[in-house]
Design a protein around this ligand. Structure first.
Ligand code: SAM
Length: 320
C-alpha cells in the first residue's frame, strides 16, 4: 500500500527542522505544570538505526544530523551550538538555545561511553516527545502521548519500541489513519484544574497527492473542535502546486480562526546529481511566543552546517 519508509530519511535536513521546532515548542509548553496531550498523527517507527542499511544507502542522515554532531560525539554534548554557548556566556546565559537542547536530547539516545563514536540512533518524533514528558522535572505532571501509524512494518516496530518504554496508559499507539483518529481526540480531556492543552504534530509523507488536502481539512476541523491547540504541520517544498498551496491554505485557516501562526523553512540546496528533497517547512498554529526567536537563533547555524550550495537558506515568518 505505502512505499514510504522513514528509515531512509531519519535524521535528514527535514527531520532536523521538524524536530528542532517540535522540541522548542514542547519545552515552552512544558514550563506550565498542567498535563499536555501530545498527538502524533503520522508517527513512523519511533526510532531509527543510523548504521542500518536504509540510512546507509540513502546517506540522508550523513548529510543531515551527522553534520551537526561531531564525528566522535559519544557522551559529549555536541558541537557548534555548544561552542557558541562557551564563546559568549554572558550574552546567552539566560537565553534558551533550541539547537543545543535538541542536540543534547539526541546525545541522550547515543550514550556510547568514553570511547565516543558517531551517533548510531536517531529518535523520531514519538521518542523525542516521550523523552521530554518523562524527564525528571516533568514526569510527575503525567502528560499523554497518542501515536498513529498505518504502515504495517513501521506500526509493528513502533509498538515494540513503545512496549520497551514501559509507559503504561500515558502512551497509546494504534495502527490507524491519523487524520481520522485526530477527530476523536479533540478537544483533549480536562486536567484536575479544568485546563485543556494539546499539541498535535501532523507529519505525513505526502506520498499520496490527497494528503495535502487532508492536512488542510484536518487542521480546519481541529481548529473548530479545539481552537487553542498547538498544531505543527511539516510540509515539503517541492515544485508541485499542492505543496505550494498548502502553507498558504494553513495561513488562511489560522487567520480565519483568529489564531497566531509561525512558518519556518529550511533549504539546504540541491545535492549534486540528485533530485531528492532539498527544502521543507514547518507551519505552526498557536506557536509559543518564544518560538520565533528560538528558531531565528538556531536556523542560521543549522543552515551553515547542512548547506550543500549557495541556494541554502532559512526563514521564519509570523502573523497574528
Ligand atoms: N513523524 C515521524 C517522525 O518525525 O519521526 C515521521 C513520520 S513519516 C514522515 C510519515 C509516516 O506516516 C510514515 O511512516 C507513513 O507510513 C505514515 N502514514 C502514511 N499515511 C498515514 C495515515 N493516514 N495515518 C497514519 N500514518 C500514516
Amino acid at each position: 500500500m505505502f512505499s514510504y519508509r522513514h528509515a531512509f530519511h531519519a535524521g535528514n535536513h527535514a527531520d532536523v527542522l521538524k524536530h528542532l521546532t517540535l522540541v522548542a515548542t514542547l519545552r515552552h509548553l512544558m514550563r506550565k505544570d498542567s498535563p499536555l496531550t501530545m498527538i502524533d498523527t503520522h508517527a513512523g517507527a519511533g526510532i531509527y538505526r543510523l548504521d542500518a542499511e536504509a540510512a546507509q544507502t540513502s546517506g540522508e542522515a550523513l548529510a543531515g544530523i551527522a553534520r551537526l554532531a561531531p564525528p566522535n560525539a559519544g557522551d559529549s554534548a555536541p558541537n557548534s551550538a555548544t561552542a557558541r554557548s562557551r564563546q559568549a556566556p554572558d550574552a546567552i546565559v539566560s537565553e534558551y538555545d533550541a539547537l543545543t537542547d535538541y542536540l543534547a536530547l539526541l546525545a541522550g539516545f547515543n550514550r556510547t561511553g568514553a570511547s565516543g563514536g558517531p551517533w548510531r540512533v536517531y529518535p523520531g518524533s514519538p521518542l523525542l516527545m516521550h523523552a521530554l514528558m518523562t524527564e525528571p522535572a516533568r514526569a510527575a505532571v503525567h502528560d499523554r502521548l497518542r501515536l498513529f501509524e498505518l504502515h504495517p512494518t513501521d506500526a509493528q516496530a513502533l509498538q515494540a519500541h513503545i512496549a520497551q518504554l514501559d509507559a503504561g496508559r500515558q502512551v497509546g499507539m494504534a495502527r490507524q489513519d491519523g487524520f481520522a483518529a485526530l477527530k476523536a481526540l479533540l478537544p483533549p480531556p480536562a486536567s484536575g484544574s479544568g485546563s485543556r492543552r494539546a499539541l498535535v504534530l501532523i507529519d505525513p509523507s505526502y506520498e499520496i497527492k490527497s494528503d495535502y488536502a487532508k492536512v488542510a481539512g484536518a487542521v480546519q476541523d481541529a481548529l473548530r473542535r479545539f481552537a487553542t491547540g498547538v498544531y505543527l504541520v511539516w510540509y515539503p517544498i517541492i515544485p508541485r502546486p499542492e505543496a505550494h498551496t498548502l502553507p498558504r491554505r494553513l495561513r488562511t485557516l489560522a487567520q480565519q480562526a483568529e489564531r497566531a501562526w509561525l512558518q519556518a523553512t529550511l533549504a539546504v540546496g540541491a545535492a549534486p546529481g540528485s533530485n531528492g528533497l532539498s527544502a521543507s517547512g514547518m507551519f505552526v498554529i498557536n506557536p509559543p511566543h518564544t518560538l520565533a526567536a528560538a528558531l531565528r537563533s538556531a536556523l542560521p547555524r543549522v543552515q551553515q552546517a547542512l548547506a550543500r550550495g549557495p541556494q541554502a537558506s532559512w526563514s521564519v515568518d509570523t502573523g497574528d
